[in-house]
Design a binder for this molecule. Sequence first.
Ligand SMILES: [Zn+2]
Ligand SMILES: [Zn+2]
Length: 116
Amino acid sequence: MAKRQYLRLPPEQRSLPAQERKKIYEARTYRKRRLKYVIGYGGKCACCGETELDFLDVHHIEGRGTLERVQAGGGSNLIRRKIEAEFPPGMEVLCANCHTGIERLGFCPHKRPTRA
Ligand SMILES: [Zn+2]
Ligand SMILES: [Zn+2]
């Protein structure tokens, strides 16, 4: 299995030092796992409906993200745990824009409260 992956590196990357190749594989594994995580939680921004997976992120609804990440020993471990636990509730998918809005303002600018 692992060997087949090595063969799939583009020619210009095959001659890189082992350490560099390892980084490439790890980045790929991480990306695949992250996509699985985003898809597992619905694969669509809960605010604006964005479905481009590379724009999406999983957000802690109750804002415990930092704490949970630390407890899990890093974001990558946290993702693995959530996948293993079959996507427990308390999380929602947001795109990068909506996520940033919520972190900066406490709500997404798409849903900016209007003065009535
Ligand atoms: Zn969005
Ligand atoms: Zn939004």
